[in-house]
Ligand binder design. Structure first.
Ligand code: ISL
Length: 582
């Protein structure tokens, strides 16, 4: 096992809470959340009991991708406040024993970052090589369709290359055209990033969540060439083989570790966002002896409901797939490395609407999903509002959407005439990132206590019943369930470190596993359906003690048989002696 009770790092017992500042709490009535707003809500976080807060980007930004396009890494965007406001928030959180992790977005900058402004100014500018500039395809007229240097498709639809008239070349942007990719091949770029990271650590932050960190190394030939990927839609192709887990990725991460973290490691948290990573990649990133990252976010489990047409063409989840994927990550990182555990973040639809039932069984399914996730081995992440059982936005018209990924997808798909508006809207309603981005629902008042103004994205009308005030008042609520799960991880070594064994992998509706440490054993059962489910565990669990449940009369096995109520989630502890079967 990677870690034992004696040598496990602090974050094996920690729970992280993600704040998406624009949607958390507004203090000045402009309809956009801000740092003074966060200050008003720090006690909510302390009451929940989380150990770390990760802030999505607060830096200066033109907000083309809500702050994931940064124009100054060492300042706070005026939308959110000032550096002094941030200091005050960090202090308030530290006072409550909560660490602060910053988003680190260094695969790309904003096109308005001074580095890029210089880089684009001329072909011989000293910063020209800080980004990926390439001429048009040989024999093609620059700026014409198909003349892009490679056929790669952007994450946000369309090509990854933007033609820049001023110098007659293209620059690479894996995301929007306002997010040019930094050239990590250039050592000056890397040193500038490391210096910025040290500056933040010196200011007192406790680590980084590293945005698409597995895209920073591109496969570039000795002559500077970049290769096409296999064709996908129209003229475009999938370039991920050329920029995902590129040849120098691990070298860069190890260099970053040496340059930034060595000598000040204790108490920090380094988590990488790694779309497309396999469990083998995960082990390489998080093997402590390789000195790269503490944990990474896998995307496999949140891709299982993507249909043949991609994420906006969703299909129902087959629970067996979810168990296979998460079980594989548990097994693959059992002896080396560590998992980051999540259902929600600012890019994903709300889990209770996605894998649960956000109607009749909202409370039951939200608490069951939380129970299953938090009982895995790894560090759980809670995304703002998840602890309130917040649901998808259920937006009904194209105009209501703000997210660049959704808007670009609509534009592109309509231009290609690929699908009907009804299907497009249904895809957005299920999968758009805006589902996660509606304002946090604090109370039943007209704007849910989020703002006194007009919110940048509408408040979900269900805030009249689904809100923090109501959740806090009800001991059975989703909020109190999360609070108990977080406390359980703090108190229970088996939850933190116990070995994981998946049970019933072929059952279509029940998620079941055990955790075991030094003779102590927990059984976790989750009913992913609105029907009662009867399953056979084994008789050693008869009469087991209920550690945490989400219904009035939690399921306990008799003769090895257990009956789970709709969306029931329960954790049982084997009573000493029963395991012998005698
Ligand atoms: O949300 C996605 C689309 O389905 C993902 O592909 C997402 O774009 C990818 O996981 C990278 O996400 C991160 O980097 C993006 C930013 O838009 C996301 O918000 C961020 O989490 C570019 O910085």
């Amino acid at each position: 096992m990677t870690f034992t009770v004696d040598d496990a790092p602090w974050w094996t017992g920690a729970v992280v809470y993600q704040i998406y500042p624009r949607s958390f709490q507004d203090s000045d009535g402009d309809g956009i959340g801000d740092l003074r707003g966060v200050l008003q809500r720090v006690d909510h976080l302390a009451d929940l009991g989380v150990d770390v807060v990760w802030f999505s980007p607060l830096y200066r930004s033109p907000q083309d991708d809500n702050g994931y396009d940064i124009s100054d890494y060492q300042d706070v965007d005026p939308l959110f406040g000032t550096l002094e406001d941030l200091d005050a928030v960090v202090e308030a959180l530290h006072d409550r024993g909560i660490k602060v992790v910053m988003d680190l977005v260094v695969n790309h900058t904003s096109d308005e970052h001074p580095w890029f402004v210089e880089s684009r100014s001329s072909t011989d500018n000293p910063k020209r090589d800080w980004y990926w500039w390439r001429p048009a395809r040989p024999g093609m007229q620059p700026g014409t369709p198909g003349a892009e240097p490679t056929n790669w498709a952007s994450f946000f639809s369309g090509p990854t290359w933007e033609y820049d008239e001023a110098t007659g070349e293209y620059y690479l942007h894996l995301f929007s055209r306002k997010q040019p990719d930094l050239n990590w091949e250039n050592p000056e770029v890397r040193q500038a990033v490391y210096a910025m990271m040290r500056w933040w650590l010196d200011r007192g932050v406790d680590g980084f969540r590293m945005d698409v960190i597995n895209l920073i190394s591109k496969a570039v030939g000795p002559d500077g060439s970049l290769a096409d990927g296999p064709a996908t839609t129209g003229a475009l192709g999938d370039g991920s083989g050329q920029y995902m887990h590129g040849p120098r990725l691990h070298e860069y991460l190890q260099e970053m570790h040496r340059e930034v973290f060595d000598g000040r490691r204790a108490g920090l948290l380094l988590v990488g966002e790694t779309p497309g990573a396999t469990v083998e990649d995960g082990a390489l990133f998080t093997d402590p002896s390789r000195r790269e990252l503490d944990m990474v976010f896998t995307f496999e489990h949140v891709g299982l409901d993507h249909g043949p047409g991609g994420k906006f063409d969703p299909r129902p989840l087959d629970l067996r797939d979810l168990k296979a994927v998460l079980g594989r990550w548990q097994a693959g990182l059992a002896d080396v490395g560590w998992n980051a555990l999540y259902w929600d973040n600012h890019d994903q639809p709300r889990i209770v609407s996605r894998f649960g039932d956000d109607g009749e069984y909202r409370r039951e399914s939200a608490t069951m999903l939380a129970t299953v996730l938090h009982l895995h081995r790894g560090t759980p992440y809670v995304y703002q509002g998840e602890e309130l059982g917040m649901t998808n936005a259920h937006l009904r018209s194209f105009d209501a959407y703000r997210d660049i990924e959704s808007l670009r997808y609509v534009q592109e798909t309509r231009a290609l005439g690929h699908t009907s508006d009804d299907r497009l809207l249904a895809g957005l309603a299920a999968m758009s990132r805006d589902n996660a981005r509606t304002p946090v629902q604090w109370d039943a008042s007209p704007q849910a206590g989020f703002t006194t103004g007009e919110p940048w994205l509408p408040v979900n009308p269900n805030h009249r019943s689904v809100n923090a005030e109501a959740e806090r008042a009800d001991p059975r609520s989703v909020f109190h369930h999360y609070r108990r799960l977080i406390a359980l991880r703090h108190d229970d070594a088996t939850v933190r470190l116990g070995d994981f064994t998946m049970l019933l992998p072929e059952h279509p509706h029940v998620y079941a596993f055990t955790r075991e440490l030094d003779g102590d054993a927990l059984l976790v059962l989750g009913n992913f359906s609105g029907d009662e489910q009867r399953v056979d565990v084994d008789a050693t669990w008869d009469g087991a003690e209920v550690v945490i449940g989400n219904v009035d009369d939690p399921a306990v096995p008799h003769g090895g048989l257990v009956r789970l109520a709709p969306w029931e989630g329960v954790v049982l502890r084997r009573v000493a002696g029963a395991a012998t079967g005698g």
